[in-house]
Design a binder for this molecule. Structure first.
Ligand code: GAL
Length: 644
């Protein structure tokens, strides 16, 4: 795994640059990411370019032996461009213009902005596309950050109408698909359809779902435009985008298919406060991040990049953007590095080289303090670099035993009609991932169209639309399948399936969901000593060949099985979910073993990794190649399989 750093030469006096790149190289870094916000320095006046400074920065990096990942600067259209073309600005759900003065103010649907983005991308690609130091391109920066996927600009509304016309052909088909006879919501033409915001009570759920699908398609369109230019002008270079954590507003699998590598920005402590975790977990993992959040995203983006993925921004210390911004535990920065190694990242770079004294992110740590002295993360970066050098070439990551199907469309479907305030398909997927990973199972996160052959166990935490093709692949794979409540609960057009849920799954297990209920926080439905259901419960009618493996105290069936297929009718607590997945995994020939809340393991070829996210040291019997025994809090241990 190559190590690097995000570098902003344009924000610092030039005399610092030479020592910057030399110190990077001495630290063991081998690449820099530059350029992704530098538009106002590259094109200070419309049509007038200053490339000289960036030429010199790239040349200095090259001379120091550093590779360059070049970002297109389209996340920050400069003021002169906004003044000349105010129509490129996005509008919020409230219809208000999202103005200049921070970043990401453009609207994905604006053809005017798309043209500008093409223009600056082409010029950068022309200038640096063949540069020997440039090994990769990053398109834009964090699509969707600051809630910027959805825009209600005139361009977005016009785009949505075209998108609907293409999808439904004629407006009658739209009226039928959405069921608009309800409340007299029928349209006479596509031009009459508006954005689904600002209505008296909730807007139509299929309208909202399609709006999200359209908004996602606009992100794909925007990215594809840059990718086409970069591919042509910069052959042989990888094209990446830096995705975010806990973010589902567009289909990352779709954008990932356009790229060579899916990169993501990992801020374990920044995300902790925003994640679906309890108060206790947020306190326990305050300085390490949650044991499974980072791993979840590593696996997700491994799938988005079809196996190739990087961490292009890694937290080095306190960030500035969370509600509170604690400092990492001693060792945590190194631990996060090893998690990425264990999951098979090709590269990791820290954000950022030096903490800036000014601007929105002045309180955000870097590898260097604002006075250019090494910050607290520095020795941990040194340790990681030394450890990687000691290990030498790393074995292949390989495929996991367990596949967890994750689907952006399902996340939006639940958001469109949650039927219970805290329903959240991402949180559900993360809970199922945690259950499996705490059992020591390795998990691949896969899209619903993935090849499932070879997996021992497939988890479907919340697959809302389960089409024929997926049902077929589930049945062909021979894997054990565990499906959660709400599986197959809607058609692609967002109707309740005519044969009732779980549509598609019934080929594997003959259960019918006759009624659903959601429950407020604090209400629990016990299932004897086995555990309990909170939040969501279904009344299920089971076919004659279906076994009921667990029932609630109120008599309703909770866990159903037929052959290899299992269906859960309620949202079960973490312990029960773990036992169910563990039991099914064991029948699939796996060896689940509860590691407790804090410890996680990963395998990469003959290398075994253990991560201690908890407050207590962990004693091991193995002979370690990296790490100390007992493994301290926020510590890592690596050992090799014994030669047979
Ligand atoms: C990321 C973003 C960076 C920087 C960083 C701070 O979301 O891509 O530009 O803002 O957060 O943590």
């Amino acid at each position: 795994m190559k190590l690097g750093v995000c570098w902003y030469p344009e924000q610092w006096p030039e005399p610092l640059w030479a020592s910057d790149v030399q110190r990077m190289a001495a630290l063991g870094l081998t690449f820099v990411r530059v350029g992704e916000f530098a538009w106002s320095r590259i094109e200070p006046e419309p049509g007038h370019f200053d490339w000289a400074w960036l030429d010199r920065a790239v040349a200095l990096a090259h001379a120091a032996g550093l590779e360059v990942v070049m970002g297109t600067p389209t996340a920050t259209p400069p003021k002169w461009l906004v003044d000349a073309h105010p129509e490129i600005l996005a509008k919020g759900r409230d219809g208000q213009v999202r103005g200049f003065g921070s970043r990401r103010h453009y609207c994905f649907s604006s053809d005017v902005y798309l043209e500008q983005a093409r223009r600056i991308t082409a010029l950068m690609a022309q200038r640096y596309g063949q540069h020997p130091a440039v090994v990769a391109w990053q398109t834009d920066n964090e699509y969707g950050c600051h809630d910027t996927v959805v825009s209600t600009s005139d361009a977005a509304k016009a785009g949505f109408r075209r998108w609907l016309a293409e999808r439904y052909g004629n407006v009658q088909a739209l009226n039928t698909a959405w069921g608009l006879a309800f409340w007299s919501q029928e349209y006479r033409n596509f031009d009459a359809v508006d954005a689904p915001f600002g209505t008296v009570t909730e807007s139509h759920p299929a309208h909202r779902l399609d709006w999200q699908r359209f908004s996602s398609a606009m992100v794909e369109r925007f990215n594809a435009a840059q990718v086409a230019i970069l591919r042509a002008a910069s052959p042989g270079r990888d094209i990446i985008h830096n995705f975010m954590g806990l973010f589902t507003e567009f289909d990352h699998f779709a954008v990932g298919r356009q790229l060579d590598v899916a990169a993501w920005d990992s801020y374990p402590i920044g995300f902790l406060g925003q994640g679906p975790f309890s108060r206790d977990e947020k306190a326990r993992y305050l300085r390490t991040g949650h044991p499974d959040l980072t791993a979840f995203h590593h696996s997700l983006y491994r799938a988005c990049g079809q196996g190739r993925w990087w961490v292009i921004e890694q937290q080095p210390g306190p960030v500035n953007w969370a509600a509170w911004n604690p400092a990492p535990a001693k060792g945590a920065v190194e631990l996060w590095g090893w998690e990425a190694v264990a999951h098979g990242a090709e590269r990791m770079s820290w954000f950022r080289w030096r903490q800036a004294p000014t601007g929105q992110e002045a309180m955000h740590a870097g590898l260097n303090r604002p006075d250019n002295q090494p910050a607290a993360a520095w020795p941990e970066v040194e340790a990681l670099a030394a450890g990687l050098a000691q290990l030498g070439p790393l074995p292949e990551r390989g495929r996991s035993d367990v596949a967890l199907v994750f689907d952006y469309d399902s996340v939006w479907a639940v958001q469109s009609q949650p039927q219970g305030r805290d329903q959240d398909a991402l949180a559900t997927a993360m809970a199922w991932h945690t259950a499996a990973r705490r059992l020591g199972l390795s998990v691949d996160i896969v899209p619903p169209d993935a090849d499932l052959a070879g997996y021992a166990l497939v988890l479907l935490p919340a697959q809302i639309v389960l089409d024929q093709a997926l049902a077929q692949r589930l049945s062909d794979s021979g894997a054990r399948v565990v499906a959660g409540p709400r599986t197959g609960s809607k058609s692609r057009d967002f109707a309740i399936p005519s044969g009732l849920p779980p549509d598609g799954l019934r080929a594997l297990i003959d259960v019918t969901v006759a009624r659903v209920e959601s429950l407020p926080p604090g209400i629990v439905l016990p299932a004897g000593n086995a555990g309990q259901v909170t939040g969501w419960m279904e009344d299920v009618e089971a076919g004659a060949d279906v076994e009921t493996l667990l029932i609630l105290d109120d008599g309703r069936g909770l866990w159903f099985a037929r052959g290899r297929a299992h269906y859960l009718a309620g949202q079960v607590d973490a312990g029960l979910l773990r036992r169910i997945i563990g039991q099914v995994a064991a029948t699939a020939g796996l060896a689940p073993n509860d590691l407790g809340p804090d410890v996680r393991v990963e395998r990469r070829g003959n290398l075994n990794f253990l991560f201690n996210y908890g407050p207590q040291p962990v004693a091991l019997e193995q002979q370690l190649v990296i790490g100390r025994n007992p493994v301290p809090p926020a510590g890592v241990a690596i050992w090799k399989d014994e030669a047979p």
